[in-house]
Design a protein around this ligand. Structure first.
Ligand SMILES: [Fe+2]
Ligand SMILES: [Fe+2]
Length: 145
């Protein structure tokens, strides 16, 4: 399983806290999807609720990083922000696909997204863009964040 505990931490604590939340959100949806295999109707609303939480937490996570990059004038902030926008659009798309027709097929797709694609993207993003960003900001006076 891809999760926070097997992912290297970055130099800013607020970012590590956001990343833990993102892994937790995705894992919770994955667990609900496991239950949905027995009775989809029973957990359909819960899955939707959790997807909304993942989306809201992700908006907040990206917003905090972007605010920080702006404040400390991180040089590659535009590229980092563009990547956030791309991933947010992808997440919104997966969510609306699920909402438009919660079926067995949609369930498998969502399971692949929250169980593999999203956590894999997150690990990759953490060890690349987020690590560089956090290290720059920590070295430039943001060490307390
Ligand atoms: Fe991040
Ligand atoms: Fe980021």
């Amino acid at each position: 399983m891809t999760d926070f505990d097997c992912t290297p931490q970055v130099d800013l604590e607020f970012m590590n806290a956001e990343h833990r939340k993102a892994f937790d959100d995705a894992n919770e949806i994955k667990q609900l999807l496991g239950m949905a295999k027995k009775d989809l109707k029973l957990v359909e609303k819960d899955i939707d609720k959790r997807l909304k939480k993942l989306l809201a937490d992700t908006v907040n996570h990206f917003h905090l990083e972007e605010k920080c990059m702006e404040e400390y004038q991180f040089p590659a902030r535009e590229k980092h922000q563009q990547e956030h926008q791309r991933v947010l659009a992808w997440m919104v798309d997966e969510h609306s696909r699920w909402q438009s027709q919660p079926s067995v097929e949609a369930m498998l797709r969502l399971e692949h997204y929250v169980g593999e694609e999203f956590p894999q993207w997150l690990v990759n993003h953490i060890v690349t863009m987020d690590t560089v960003t956090a290290s720059y900001i920590a070295r430039n006076g943001g060490g307390f964040l």
